[in-house]
Design a binder for this molecule. Structure first.
Ligand code: NAI
Ligand code: MG
Length: 357
C-alpha cells in the first residue's frame, strides 16, 4: 500500500471549489485502484486568512508543508487585496521557498473539444511548456523610490544566473528527449534584452550541445505566439523564461479550449522538498461561488501529481476519464460551451472512472 500525504491549499475564489472537486475524484481513484491511498490535510491559507491574521500563511508555513509528498493548490487573488501581496504571500512564497524551479505545463486539445483554431490546426496541439520558475523577470528584485513625487520610479530587475539557466535547460532537454518527437523550441528575446537574455541563449546553447538525438530550434517570444497559432504542429517541448512562459501558457491553454483546462506542476526535481500542483487559472472573481467553475484543469493537475508520485497507472486512468467526459460532450461547463455546473462535471468524471474498472 502506498500512502501519499497531500497538503491541500484551496486558496481564494474558485480555487477551493475546483480543488475540493479534485479531492473527491482522487478519493474515488484510491477506492478503485488497489494499493493507492491518500491522506489529505487542508490548510485554510489565502486572502480570508490574511484578513484575520495579516499574512497569507503562517510564519512557519513552509515548515508545516515540508514533510508532505505533494501540495495540491487552487488559486490566489482577491478583489479587495493587491495581487502582489496575495501572490507573493502564498503561491510564490511556496514556489521559491521550496525551490520548485521547473514549472511544467502540458497542453493538448482534448477529444470532443474544438478550441478557437481550425479543427485541423487545433488537433495538432500537443505541447509541454517548461517555465523557469525561480528567477528571471519574477525574481522579485527591484524597488521603488521617490514615492508620491513626480519623479517616482519603480524597477523590476530580471535576474538570470548561470546556475538557474543551466538547471532549467537540463530539465527541459531531459523532458523533450522523453517525448516521441525529441524536439525542443527555446524561446528568447535576446534581440531586445541584451544582457540576461543573451546569457540565457549562451548557457542554453552549451547545455543542448550535450544532448544527442535532440532537435533544437530557437524563437523570439513575439514570433512564438504566431507560430503557436499558425503552425501548432511544428511545436513539441518549449523552454522559456518565467514571464515569457507565463504568457505563452495562457495562450496555449486558450488554444486548447479554455483557461479552465490548463494544468501545472511546480517541480522541485531533487525531491528534497514537496512539489506543488495547480490549475493554471486564477481565482476567477467573475464566477466565484456560482458553482460553474470548470474543474477539469484541477483534475488534469491531479493527474500530473499522480505521475510525480510514481502512480503512473492511476494518472493515465484519470486522464482517460477526463477525455471520456470531454469526448462525450454531455457534461461540459459553460466556458466550454456547455451548461454543466462543477458538481455535474465532477460526477461525470467519477462515473467515467468507475466505468473504467
Ligand atoms: P483568471 O484565470 O482568474 O480568470 C480569467 C478568465 O477565465 C475569467 O473570465 C474566468 O472566469 C475564466 N476562468 C478561469 N478559470 C476558469 C475555470 N476553471 N472555469 C471557467 N472559467 C474560468 O485570471 P484573472 O481574472 O486575470 O485573475 C483573477 C485573480 O487571480 C487575480 O487576482 C490574479 O492575480 C489571480 N491569479 C492567480 C493565479 C494563481 O494563483 N496561480 C494565476 C492567475 C491569476
Ligand atoms: Mg499565469
Amino acid at each position: 500500500m502506498s500512502l501519499h500525504r497531500i497538503a491541500v491549499i484551496g486558496g481564494d475564489g474558485i480555487g477551493p471549489e475546483v480543488v475540493e472537486a479534485g479531492v473527491e475524484v482522487l478519493e474515488t481513484l484510491a477506492a478503485a485502484e488497489f494499493g493507492l491511498a491518500f491522506e489529505f490535510k487542508r490548510f485554510d491559507w489565502g486572502s480570508d486568512y490574511y484578513r484575520r491574521n495579516g499574512r497569507m500563511m503562517p510564519q512557519d508555513g513552509l515548515a508545516r508543508l515540508e514533510n508532505f509528498d505533494a501540495i495540491y493548490f487552487g488559486a490566489v487573488g482577491d478583489p479587495e487585496l493587491p495581487d502582489d501581496i496575495t501572490l507573493w504571500g502564498l503561491r510564490l512564497a511556496i514556489c521559491q521557498g521550496f525551490d520548485q524551479y521547473a514549472n511544467v505545463r502540458p497542453t493538448r486539445l482534448l477529444p470532443g473539444l474544438t478550441g478557437p483554431l481550425r479543427p485541423d490546426l487545433g488537433q495538432q496541439i500537443d505541447w509541454v511548456i517548461v517555465r523557469e520558475n525561480s528567477e528571471g523577470e519574477y525574481a522579485g528584485v527591484g524597488g521603488r523610490a521617490h514615492r508620491g513625487l513626480p519623479i517616482e520610479v519603480g524597477m523590476d530587475v530580471a535576474v538570470f544566473t548561470r546556475a538557474g539557466i543551466e538547471r532549467i535547460a537540463r530539465f527541459a532537454c531531459d523532458l523533450a528527449l522523453s517525448r516521441p518527437r525529441k524536439l525542443l523550441t527555446v524561446v528568447t528575446k535576446s534581440n531586445a534584452q541584451r544582457h540576461g537574455m543573451v546569457l540565457w541563449d549562451e548557457v542554453v546553447r552549451e547545455v543542448v550541445r550535450g544532448y544527442r538525438g535532440l532537435t533544437v530550434d530557437w524563437m523570439l517570444v513575439d514570433a512564438m505566439t504566431q507560430r503557436m497559432v499558425n503552425r501548432p504542429g511544428s511545436i513539441d517541448t518549449v523552454l522559456a523564461t518565467n514571464l515569457h512562459a507565463d504568457i505563452l501558457s495562457d495562450l496555449a491553454s486558450a488554444l486548447g479550449g479554455s483557461l479552465g483546462i490548463g494544468s501545472t506542476a511546480n517541480i522541485e526535481p531533487s525531491r528534497n522538498r514537496p512539489s506543488m500542483f495547480e490549475p493554471i487559472h486564477g481565482s476567477a472573481f467573475d464566477i466565484t461561488g456560482k458553482g460553474i467553475a470548470n474543474p477539469l484543469g484541477s483534475f488534469w493537475t491531479a493527474s500530473l501529481m499522480l505521475d510525480h508520485l510514481g502512480e503512473h497507472a492511476a494518472a493515465r486512468r484519470l486522464m482517460v476519464a477526463i477525455e471520456t467526459v470531454t469526448g462525450r460532450g454531455e457534461h461540459l461547463s459553460p466556458d466550454l460551451g456547455g451548461m454543466a455546473p462543477t458538481a455535474e462535471v465532477t460526477a461525470a468524471v467519477i462515473a467515467a472512472l468507475s466505468g473504467l474498472n
